[in-house]
Design a protein around this ligand. Structure first.
Ligand code: TYC
Length: 125
């Protein structure tokens, strides 16, 4: 169970005690039972930004992109680049739709300017 579920359970348990719905709330008076409405915290759908391998883009260029566009530390940028190099594609980062879209465009723009064929796509998580 994730943190949001735990927090909501905790809050519902406390509300239950205060209004007589749960254990510990009974002081001898009539117990009112209210319907609990579960209000789910809205989280935006997230999108993976994937880098695709190719035979021409230099490893160092990919590492620099991962550092500058995706804010990865050097060691992690190197690990992701090597993963893509060996597996064909890999996740550079996970973001809400519009952020992911902007990252894809930035990668393709920088690659195009440098005349490398590097491809980058987004995929719903
Ligand atoms: N395969 C490239 C090379 O050998 C390196 C590379 C890694 C290219 C990741 C693209 O997304 C990529 N120079």
């Amino acid at each position: 169970m994730d943190d949001e579920h735990l927090k909501r359970r905790f809050l519902i348990a406390r509300a239950g005690n205060a209004d007589g719905n749960g254990a510990g709330g009974d002081s001898g008076t009539a117990t009112k039972r209210r319907t609990q409405t579960k209000t789910r915290t809205q989280r935006p759908p997230m999108y993976k930004v994937m880098l695709l391998n190719d035979d021409y883009t230099p490893m160092e260029f990919v590492v620099e992109l991962l550092k500058s566009v995706f804010h990865k530390p050097h060691a992690e940028a190197t690990r992701i680049m090597l993963y893509v190099h060996q597996n064909g594609m890999g996740v550079a980062g996970v973001y809400p739709f519009e952020v992911a879209e902007t990252k894809v465009r930035t990668v393709e723009e920088l690659s195009r300017q440098a005349e490398y064929p590097l491809k980058c796509v987004m995929e719903k998580e």
